[in-house]
Write a protein that binds this ligand. Structure first.
Ligand code: C5P
Length: 416
């Protein structure tokens, strides 16, 4: 495959030398196009030695080879890392003042921008608009990782780690590839979800009976919120759909609040087309009152008991698993189970995994009311290949473990 690696003028340019190696070691032909500013950070000699090719930057070098058109035409993949605020602006506005921006205007192959800059620059409305413009034109723009920046500051703006950029880039040219970065020691520190869009549901739904009463459950939302924090810290862009959360929603995630299963259903369906990973941690009502009384239900004068007729709610997890909103999407369900005389909780979880058609199921054993509202938990993660992973600890620690485990799950082919 012919890869063009554009390098912008940021300190993170040195990390692109490792990215280049990941491509060349796989046998790809990589032409590095550094911007003039980037040569202040890494010199052309490094790019030329590592790629085994010239690293041109000027449209007027080797004019007879018509590089400003040829490189973009021939490329199977263009990756720009680091993409500075200036480079994103030039690309968004169609400027063509160096060889890299000329190539971006010519390329018809997948283009991946990997921004790296200080948080203020990343969050500036100009950069936000430029990123939106590039995305609307079909370019892929990874969200930067969160962490230590060049000075003593930290926040969103770090270049994701080269293996994560490489995996995201390869996924663009081989979208069916199930290869995912393997989390090493610490999923959060290693940014295993860099650039991924993650949708998490948390809390418990409530189904109104009348204007003052509802049928609900004991889920506090602690585990889902811990997962949202862990996914955010691992570099993901997180949308959290919170149903009656009893804990504070975290900063740095997009929060959507819902009350009922129907509202959750609509919110999930609206958000799944954008999500690479969907984690259905909310406790969802399986039944709701068939009708909602418009006035408070009164005790009857003759002493008869009221009868509340229930009806099934939509099974959101089964529905989104059967109708994948995008290829390669990984969907994870949760199940609170107890064993009985004939089956263990794990056996019930395996059966539920098959029934729901999702890619993994996280089992919480809830014998005796354990788990709900508590700070610690024990989980088993079951997957269709028969593997089981388990962890015990605080909900925060378990969330980090789960985020690392989810990042490795190959996307199912179920329903596609
Ligand atoms: O069937 P059960 O409620 O045990 O399944 C639990 C899993 O299914 C959870 O991931 C929950 O979020 C999801 N679920 C759902 N829609 C329902 C019921 C549960 O998405 N109506």
């Amino acid at each position: 495959m012919k890869v063009v690696l554009g390098v912008g003028g940021g300190v993170a340019a040195y990390k692109s030398a490792l990215l280049l190696r990941l491509f060349t070691e796989e046998g790809h032909d990589v032409t590095v196009l550094p911007t003039t500013a980037s040569l202040n950070f890494v010199g052309a000699a490094t790019w030329e030695a590592l790629s085994g090719r010239p690293a041109p930057r000027d449209v007027f070098e080797d004019v007879e080879q018509v590089n400003h058109v040829r490189l973009g035409h021939e490329a199977d993949l263009v990756v720009v890392a680091p993409a500075t605020a200036d480079l994103l602006a030039r690309a968004a506005h169609g400027l063509a003042d160096d060889l890299l921006t000329n190539t971006l205007l010519v390329a018809t192959c997948p283009v991946l921008f990997v921004p790296a800059m200080h948080t203020q620059m990343w969050q500036h409305p100009a950069t936000v608009a430029n990123v939106a413009t590039l995305r609307s034109r079909g370019a892929h723009v990874l969200d930067p990782a969160v962490g230590r920046l060049t000075g003593c500051d930290s926040g969103p703006g770090r270049l994701p780690d080269p293996p994560d950029i490489h995996a995201a880039a390869i996924a663009l040219v081989a979208p069916d590839s199930t290869e995912r970065p393997v989390p090493a020691r610490d999923a959060v520190a290693d940014g295993v979800l860099s650039g991924r869009r993650v949708l998490i549901t948390a809390g418990g739904t409530r189904e109104p009976l009348d204007p003052v009463r509802y049928l609900g459950n004991r889920s506090s939302g602690k585990q889902g919120v811990a997962l949202a924090c862990a996914a955010r810290d691992a570099g993901a862009h997180v949308t959290l759909i919170g149903a009656n959360l009893q804990v504070e929603a975290p900063d740095g995630v997009d929060l959507v609040t819902v009350e009922t299963t129907d509202q959750l259903h609509d919110a999930v369906l609206a958000a799944t087309p954008d999500a690479d990973l969907v984690v259905m941690a909310a406790a969802v009502a399986d039944f709701r009152p068939r009708s909602l009384a418009t006035h408070k239900i009164k005790k009857s004068d003759d002493g008869t008991d009221p009868v509340i007729e229930l009806t099934r709610t939509p099974d959101i997890l089964a529905e989104i698993s059967a109708n994948r909103a995008r290829p390669g999407q990984v969907i994870v369900g949760f199940a609170a189970e107890t064993g009985d005389d004939t089956h263990t909780a794990l056996e019930f979880a395996r059966a539920k995994l098959a029934r729901k058609g999702c890619d993994a199921l996280v089992l919480n054993e809830v014998t005796g009311g354990a788990v709900f509202g508590q700070d610690s938990t024990a989980v088993h993660v079951v997957t269709p290949d028969g593997n089981t992973a388990e962890a015990t600890g605080t909900k925060d620690d378990v969330a980090v473990f789960l985020v690392g485990t989810f990042a490795r799950i190959p996307a199912s082919t179920v329903g596609r």
